[in-house]
Design a binder for this molecule. Sequence first.
Ligand SMILES: *Cc1c(COP(=O)(O)O)cnc(C)c1O
Length: 239
Amino acid sequence: MSIKENIKKVRERIADAALKCGRKPDEILLMGVTKTRTVDEIEEALNYNSLTLKDGLYLDLIGENRVQEAMEKKSKLNIENLKLNLIGHLQANKARKAVEIFDMIQSIDSPEIAERVDKISLEFGKIMPVLIEINTSGEASKTGVNPEKFYELLDNVLKLKNLRLEGLMTVGPISDDEKIIRSSFAMLRKFAEEARSRSGLELKILSMGMSDDFEYAVMEGSTQVRIGSLIFGSRSGRF
Ligand SMILES: *Cc1c(COP(=O)(O)O)cnc(C)c1O
């Protein structure tokens, strides 16, 4: 299967899931997750992007997990029309580069990293779009703020003038159980609803759903799904 066919398939599955729950397919953006992929592989997807815009077979966004890797690839790619999102955990010592190269940081998960990104954004004269990542599954291996610390972090982020909070992000649990997976995504949606009434902000973005669980995420209100292996093939052994 080619990358183009894979994108088409994913788009069809997003549309099916959306229609099943009374949503419009175009409410859900498709992020291509390009971590571990070579510049050539990404370019293939980007070529399709410019050729197939009309047919709807394109990526809306791209996501990378690691600052260094994203930096090396960004300089070799023509991605001006595609917003580059950081979706992996951000370390303080990488914050400067992250502010420099990413259009959005989706993985704000502590007051410390929020403050650091805010301070650097001020230096750059930039308002940095961010999402707060919540660990909705409670799995120890997952990043994201613990749900019980979410409101404290939210209040911190809302005070920072050089960050623009646009929504929430989560990674679903490792499970085959629809109920368990959906309750994780439903938790993110409920936190977003509460955060909207607390802040008065729109907080439109719910970034949730990956190759194995994006249909459930769509049913729970996802506005962008982050898809790697279903588009570019399996990463086994590579990440
Ligand atoms: C790797 C990754 C994805 C994509 O995962 P696939 O299962 O390959 O679709 C999405 N979100 C995050 C945060 C990731 O690390």
